[in-house]
Design a protein around this ligand. Structure first.
Ligand SMILES: Cc1cc2nc3c(=O)[nH]c(=O)nc-3n(C[C@H](O)[C@H](O)[C@H](O)COP(=O)(O)OP(=O)(O)OC[C@H]3O[C@@H](n4cnc5c(N)ncnc54)[C@H](O)[C@@H]3O)c2cc1C
Length: 502
């Protein structure tokens, strides 16, 4: 009999398991693969080690400003070396051949946008003031366990209360951002996996402003350095674990979870279960159908699965300098209309890509005289999985690589084809294998405004339909992503301890 069984050793599961073990609980961590990390992983091709995807850890901020992720690492004695991009990103709109080089630092950012779009300065100042209040309000919510005094909220965070239910586009319009400046700002919504017409302003603004202040921060030894460190710490504390062990069923009696059965038939009992997997998968296939509460299924089906990903990893045999790469990241879109482009991104070949040159955040990210680049695209829906099969899979991967590289070369005028030493292509099928998530989703649920950060924070405690079963990771946190899945893993573990003590 364990106190807690944690299913899945991705960011959320590892952090939950470590936190529980540190607090003296008897824990069993179960992972289907023979390695830990889930989507926070790396792989090696030739002389290159590629991160599976992490291009920016939100919440770390930087060594000077120290955000919530920095403090999480500190609390658990994880030593993570990081580097940050020196600028925000270069935005390219192919239809009108527009190029915007966006800097970091609020003042520089305002100046730059004003240069591109005169009369943006005042609305931008209003935007940054508003985000300051939003950040204070979120801090207040967190400090009060998301159970705030409504009078205080209405009195001290009036603007936050006004904008909280609205989309990014609606709020930017309401503060009279000039249309072109709005388009430039809104284009970041697509990166977050949602059009600006739907993405909650609060979510969008917090992320964008943190990036404007700090740039993109990456672990210089890849995200696997972090997940493997957490696992090592867990093992040092004698945490028990099973690798190569897929959980097939979660046992539930009288609406209370009490154990799991593995694919090999082995059964383990526990007082509590934390699942680092999507609630959809658990409700649809891991609990006996007649034991799933109707309300849980209805709520789950009202949510939309988030973006799937396609990534082309490139190991180049020249340095970033030799290739004349000056930027860390390029956002290359057909147009700056995020709603129109979101619709196009239901197809595999949408023409919308993000290119990242890791050596421009940390020069020694790869061996001397080389550089690591990644070109990716999000897909909303099952276009890829509907068209790929065992016969055409490799052919589609080649086509994707060709399409992404051509799009990058046409947009930037930089030639990379002749410098490719290693190349790998990951598709939604690859990510489904790494994570076990439905359709290879990499970003949890779509962060629509009605299912965005604030509703998720406020309603989290009401979403516990089965006793002694909690969820952690990107499908369970108010915002999806690397940092939030780690932070949420710790939070869910502490909540679980409280519930067990009650
Ligand atoms: C290409 C790409 C780029 C990304 N870029 C960024 C970025 O720049 N910034 C950012 O913040 N985030 C980024 N992310 C997202 C981030 O990596 C993820 O949000 C985070 O790693 C998810 O962690 P998680 O806790 O949800 O666990 P997951 O990584 O989803 O892991 C789940 C684990 O559970 C295991 N599992 C599943 N089913 C079972 C079962 N039945 N039994 C046992 N084990 C099971 C899986 O094998 C896996 O190890 C990116 C992701 C990808 C793929």
């Amino acid at each position: 009999m364990y106190d807690v069984i944690v299913i899945g050793a991705g960011n959320g599961g590892l952090m939950s398991a470590l936190t529980l073990q540190e607090k003296g609980k008897k824990v069993l961590l179960i992972e289907k693969e023979n390695y830990v990390g889930g989507l926070s992983h790396s792989f090696v091709r030739g002389r290159f080690e590629f991160d599976l995807g992490l291009r920016g850890m939100l919440g770390y901020e930087n060594n000077a400003t120290q955000g919530s992720l920095y403090h999480l690492f500190l609390r658990h004695q994880l030593e993570v070396e990081v580097a940050s991009s020196k600028e925000l990103y270069t935005l390219i709109a192919m239809n009108k051949k527009e190029i915007y080089d966006l800097p970091i630092g609020i003042e520089d950012f305002i100046e730059k946008i004003e240069e591109y779009v005169p009369r943006s300065k005042e609305p931008l100042k209003r935007f940054f003031d508003l985000v300051k209040e939003v950040n204070k309000a979120i801090k207040y919510l967190e400090e009060n366990n998301n159970n705030p005094n409504k009078q205080i909220l209405n009195r001290e965070f009036k603007n936050f209360m006004t904008v909280a239910p609205y989309s990014t586009k609606r709020v930017l319009q309401s503060i009279h951002m000039p249309p072109k400046a709005r388009e430039i700002l809104e284009s970041y919504a697509l990166y977050l996996g949602c059009p600006a017409t739907e993405l909650s302003f609060v979510h969008y603004a917090r992320v964008l402003v943190s990036l404007i202040q700090n740039g993109f921060t990456i672990p210089i030894h890849t995200s696997y350095d972090i997940t493997s460190q957490i696992f090592e710490k867990y093992k040092e504390l004698n945490g028990e674990y099973l690798l190569n062990s897929e959980v097939k069923e979660i046992l539930v009696s009288q609406n209370t979870a009490h154990g799991v059965i593995l694919k090999n038939g082995q059964k383990y009992e526990s007082k509590y279960i934390i699942a680092n997997i999507s609630k959809r998968k658990v409700l649809e296939s891991m609990i006996k159908k007649n034991l799933v509460p109707k309300s849980a299924m209805e709520l789950e089906q009202a949510r939309s699965l988030g973006a799937r990903g396609i990534v082309v990893y490139l190991g180049l045999n020249k340095s970033a300098e030799e290739l004349n790469f000056k930027k860390y990241m390029y956002l290359i879109y057909n147009s700056l209309d995020s709603f129109k482009e979101f619709k196009k991104m239901k197809k595999t070949f949408s023409g919308n890509i993000v290119a990242t040159i890791y050596n421009n955040a940390y020069a020694s990210y790869s061996k001397k005289g080389t550089c690591i680049m990644e070109i990716s695209s999000l897909i909303y829906g099952d276009d890829f999985t509907c068209h790929a099969n065992s016969e055409n899979y490799l052919e589609i991967k080649d086509k994707i690589a060709d399409h992404f590289i051509t799009t990058f070369e046409n947009a930037t005028g930089k030639k990379i084809r002749d410098s490719i030493e290693e190349m790998e292509v990951a598709t939604p099928l690859t990510f489904a294998r790494y994570s076990g998530h439905p359709s290879g989703v990499i970003l949890g649920y779509l962060p629509y405004k009605e299912d965005g950060m604030i509703p998720r924070i406020v309603n989290a405690s009401k979403e516990k339909e089965i006793h002694n079963l909690s969820f952690c990771g990107s499908f369970a946190s108010p915002t999806m992503g690397f940092a939030s899945s780690l932070i949420n893993g710790e939070k869910v573990a502490l909540q679980c301890i409280k519930e067990m003590e009650r």
